[in-house]
Every structure is written in C-alpha cells, then in structure tokens.
Design a binder for this molecule. Structure first.
Ligand SMILES: [Zn+2]
Length: 346
C-alpha cells in the first residue's frame, strides 16, 4: 500500500511541480510578448493588425469632397492624379483642389499624364506618360512616390519603367479575395511585389456596403495585412458612370471603418505603408538596378534618356536588352507578373 502510494507520488509530483510553476511562467511569457509588441509598435504595425488604404483614381471632381469625409474621421487617402487632365474639364479637379487635398494630409500619386493604358501604347509613349506625369507632380510640390496603372494595365516592363521614373510602388486592381478570386485576403507588408500592389475588387455602382466591409473583415479574420481599396467617383449622380459609389454607402463605410479601430484596424495612405516597409524596394521586380537619373532620384527627360532603347523593335526590357535575352529569373518574373496582370485586367 505504502509502496503503491510512493509510486503514485512519483508519478504525480512532477505534474504538481509543473502546475505550480506554470502560472508564473505564463506571466513571464506574456510580459515578454507584451514587451515585444510595444517595442515593435512605433515602427511597424503589430502582425495581427489590418491596414486599409483608401485610394482614388483619375482625380475626378467628386473626389474633392471625400477629403473632408476622411479628415473628420481621422483618415487620409491616396489620390492618383492624371496631371495632364487636371482642370481640363468639369469632370476633373483643378490644381488648387489637388493642393488642398495634399494640405489636408492626403497623398498625391501619379496615374500617367492622360490615363493611358500602358500596355496599349508604344514604349516611348508609356515612358513619357509615366515619367512626365511624375515630373509635373514634383513641380507642383508633391512627393509623388505612389503610382497606379490606368485600367490596371501592367506588365513587368511597365513595372520596371514605373520604378525607373522614381516611384516606390505601382498599384493594380484586384488579386485580393473577392467574389471571383479565391485570392489572399490581404497584401503583405512589405508587399510581395511593390510594383504590382494587390487590392480588393475596384468599387463600382454595384458595390454594396457589405462588400466593402467584407474586404476589410476578411483580412481581419485571416491574420490581418494590407487592404488597398480602389474608388473613382463618390456621388449620387453616377458622376463617373459605372464606377461611382453613392455618398451614403461611402460615409456608412467610413463610419464602420472608424469603429474597427477597436479591432486594431487603421487607415493609412499607400505612401505611409510603403515607408514602413523600406526593404520592399529591394524585394521588388528589380530586373536591373536603375541607372543614371533614376538612380539619382531624378526623373529622366522624356525622349532624352533612352533613345537607343526606344528604337528597339518588339518587346524590350527596361534595361535595353531585348526581352528574349532576359536572365532566367527575369523570364520567370515576367511570366508570373504577366499572368497576374492579365487576371487583374477588367
Ligand atoms: Zn484610372
């Protein structure tokens, strides 16, 4: 009996010791995790947080009013502007309005001079559309570090061109989880490819409040990350036709989004997210290090930087080499990016 008791004690004692030691261990472990989270917070978001970027394309006039809607909720947006079209008709914002957006803390990004789909124009035109647009924005005093491809028209050559023109990111449309896309719920930080940023489906007049909420909630429920959203017109008269979202849906969404702060979800501009991921550029599609003016952070003069390159027949890599002479890794990259771009295209 006594021997049995001792044997029982031998079996149970380690468990007792563990039970006694476990609570303090958990406290210490919890404190350590807390300390790590606090130490990380000033420079990067906790891994479980969700960051939403509210982006607007084309600089349409209806977007001007959205700055006040965002600002009153402590939010800022990214406005991708076609500098060659600003003030050209009542459809577009005027320069003083674009400056007002920036003065209110919003980001001004590039969207080409004239809203050209870069995959449908020749290389020289594409370069002028991207680089000269950025030059215009810089002259207006904007940092212009973020770019969005008109009509989401992109390929690896265009991505490299956008980089060489001095941008830090290029935003597509789509490739995050949606009705037609069993894709990831969020872009990574740093992004998988900073020159092919993935977004939720672009908002249209068919987009519901639940759709917009679902894009954010989906990320929240699947580990967080970055959810860029794409808007055009915010109005009640289909001011941008099929891509307009009603003022009511937009404001209801912003109210809901503001309430998500309690769940660790915040709103940041594209530039802000990219700034907290400085290594993103090194993981980019970089086929070649930018040379000359691009490396110096200046924008090439249209037509002056690459005359030989522009005379190359057929597809040409941004390095000036014919596409067929791309390194194996470049070819793999081109293939994957081209596939993705074709999926993204509406
Ligand atoms: Zn556009």
């Amino acid at each position: 009996m006594c021997r049995k008791l001792k044997a029982y004690e031998r079996r149970v004692r380690p468990r007792r010791v563990l039970l006694i030691a476990l609570p303090p261990l958990l406290v210490v472990l919890g404190l350590a995790l807390d300390i790590r989270a606090v130490a990380r917070s000033p420079t990067s978001a906790p891994s479980r947080s969700t960051i939403v970027s509210i982006t607007f394309d084309d600089g349409s006039a209806s977007q001007y009013a959205t700055s006040a809607m965002l600002g009153s909720r402590g939010m800022r947006g990214t406005y991708y502007i076609n500098s060659g079209l600003v003030g050209s008709s009542r459809y577009y914002m005027r320069w003083p309005q674009v400056h007002a957006l920036a003065a209110e803390g919003n980001e001004i990004g590039g969207h080409t001079l004239h809203h050209e789909n870069l995959t449908k124009v020749d290389l020289a035109t594409a370069r002028t559309e991207v680089c000269d647009d950025r030059t215009n924005l810089l002259k207006e005093g904007f940092a212009a570090t973020s770019f969005a491809y008109p009509e989401a028209g992109a390929n690896s050559v265009m991505e490299q061109m956008v980089k060489e023109c001095g941008y830090k990111s290029g935003r597509g449309v789509g490739n995050l989880h949606g009705a037609k896309c069993p894709c990831p719920y969020a872009e990574t930080i740093p992004p998988r490819d900073p020159y092919s940023l993935r977004t939720a489906d672009g908002a249209t007049n068919a987009t519901t409040l639940q759709d917009l909420q679902g894009s954010v909630a989906g990320a929240e429920e699947h580990g967080g990350g970055w959810v860029p959203l794409t808007f055009h017109g915010i109005c009640d008269d289909s001011c941008t036709r099929g891509t307009s979202v009603s003022t009511e849906i937009f404001t209801q969404f912003l109210d809901w989004l503001a309430s998500r702060r309690n769940h660790g979800t915040v709103v940041q501009t594209v530039g802000q997210v990219m700034q907290q991921a400085p290594e993103a550029g090194r993981r980019s599609v970089a086929l070649d290090e930018p040379t000359g003016a691009a490396a110096a952070g200046t924008v090439p003069t249209p037509g002056a930087a690459t005359p030989a390159r522009q005379q190359q027949p057929g597809p040409v890599s941004p390095s000036g080499r014919p596409a067929t002479s791309l390194l194996p890794s470049e070819n793999r990259l081109r293939q994957s990016v081209a596939e993705e771009a074709s999926r993204a295209r509406p």
